[in-house]
Design a protein around this ligand. Structure first.
Ligand SMILES: *[C@@H]1O[C@H](CO)[C@@H](O)[C@H](O)[C@H]1NC(C)=O
Ligand SMILES: *[C@@H]1O[C@H](CO)[C@@H](O)[C@H](O)[C@H]1NC(C)=O
Ligand SMILES: *[C@@H]1O[C@H](CO)[C@@H](O)[C@H](O)[C@H]1NC(C)=O
Ligand SMILES: *[C@@H]1O[C@H](CO)[C@@H](O)[C@H](O)[C@H]1NC(C)=O
Length: 321
């Protein structure tokens, strides 16, 4: 079966019984919608005119049914404190069109570089399969340009902006097997180089830059072990993937929700970088995976949307540290 989907779609496929391509499209639109803060319901995103084009998709990626979801987290000794800057531009309120990427893509990453450009990496599309290509968006010209391609094709990976301006990409996969590999992008050269493997292979994990500059990777799916440079830190209390991780203003990391063996969870936990210990935090009101979490200026965290197994969610919740 040529099924290609977000983690959260497995149950969706069974429940709804649509062709995988449609499911994939729903997830794609849902992900975009969630990112844009649009209020979604599932039925709004079953556009019939899209079915024929999606039918032409032949996937090279078949999700494994026997992946392990892992609760371990690893911290690297990368750098000191990262800062994200956004370019100041004159804007009218509302949405407007801007340049298109060269490749269609979803389950990619997007990182705001220190120079204000946006780097997108990898992901997947209906025609090229899993991508290693990367593109840069210039917000002043509103144009996308190609930059160096990653060494590996990756989807469900994570990208972290380090304080030295480089972007660390971790894990992901291009087949049912997750990667332990990582690569570093240098914006000054546009070139990717391999860097140290993680201890565990992971995809659909999170990677958070801590205030001490280290990168915390948490959860995800694994298939293989590996070693070095990455140091193991405390395990989370719950295995999970397709969750969120937010660096709070107090430096702790809030992890919320996610997916484990077909079950969505509402549990949340906090990582304390000074002790490496995870503690269980109050659970969210609703189970959800593939949602978003945004740290607001007042320190609260806004959780929005996601999947709960039967529905794409419009609900949002606020966490106060
Ligand atoms: C755009 O993508 C196509 C594949 O869809 C690729 O062949 C081409 O090289 C890309 N162009 C650039 C400028 O990267
Ligand atoms: C997956 O991670 C777990 C730790 O959560 C580890 O015990 C196990 O060996 C890993 N599995 C594989 C196949 O690497
Ligand atoms: C990482 O993954 C590769 C490929 O699965 C494996 O050969 C290797 O032993 C793993 N560990 C390290 C440390 O690279
Ligand atoms: C998912 O959310 C919908 C809408 O809020 C709700 O009716 C349904 O019971 C939820 N399903 C699960 C499994 O929580």
């Amino acid at each position: 079966m040529s099924e290609t989907c977000l983690e959260g779609c497995a149950a969706k496929t069974q429940t709804v019984g649509f062709i995988p391509g449609v499911i994939l499209f729903i997830c794609f639109v849902a992900a975009i919608g969630a990112a844009l803060g649009i209020v979604l319901t599932a039925d709004k995103y079953y556009p019939s005119q899209s079915i024929s084009s999606i039918n032409t998709f032949t996937s090279t990626y078949v999700p494994s049914t026997s992946r392990n979801i892992i609760s371990t987290s690893s911290v690297s000794r990368y750098i000191t404190a990262a800062m994200i800057t956004t370019p100041a531009t004159t804007m009218k309120s509302g949405w407007s069109n801007t340049g298109s990427m060269n490749s269609t893509r979803y389950v990619h990453t997007a990182s705001i570089l220190a120079n204000g450009k946006i780097l997108v990496t990898g992901g997947q599309n209906f025609f090229e399969g899993v991508l290693n290509s990367a593109e840069l968006y210039d917000s002043s010209s509103r144009i996308w340009t190609s930059t160096g391609s990653m060494i590996s094709r990756r989807l469900f990976h994570a990208a972290s902006l380090l304080s030295n301006g480089k972007v660390l990409v971790t894990g992901g996969r291009d087949s049912p097997n997750s990667f332990n590999s990582t690569e570093l992008y240098d914006p000054s050269t546009g070139v990717w180089i391999r860097t140290s493997n993680m201890i565990y292979a992971r995809s659909s994990h999170t990677a958070s830059v801590l205030t001490n500059g280290r990168v915390l990777v948490a959860g995800g799916y694994n298939n293989s072990n590996s070693l070095r440079i990455w140091t193991l830190t405390g395990n989370m209390n719950y295995v999970r993937s397709s969750h969120t991780a937010s660096v709070l203003t107090n430096g702790k990391v809030l992890v919320s929700g996610g997916y484990v063996n077909g079950i969505r969870i509402n549990s949340a936990e906090l990582y304390d970088p000074s002790t490496g210990v995870w503690t269980v935090a109050a659970s969210m009101k609703y189970v959800r995976n593939d949602h978003t979490a945004s740290v607001l200026a007042n320190g609260q965290v806004l959780i929005a949307g996601g999947l709960n197994g039967t529905d794409v969610l419009e609900t949002t919740e606020l966490y106060t540290p």
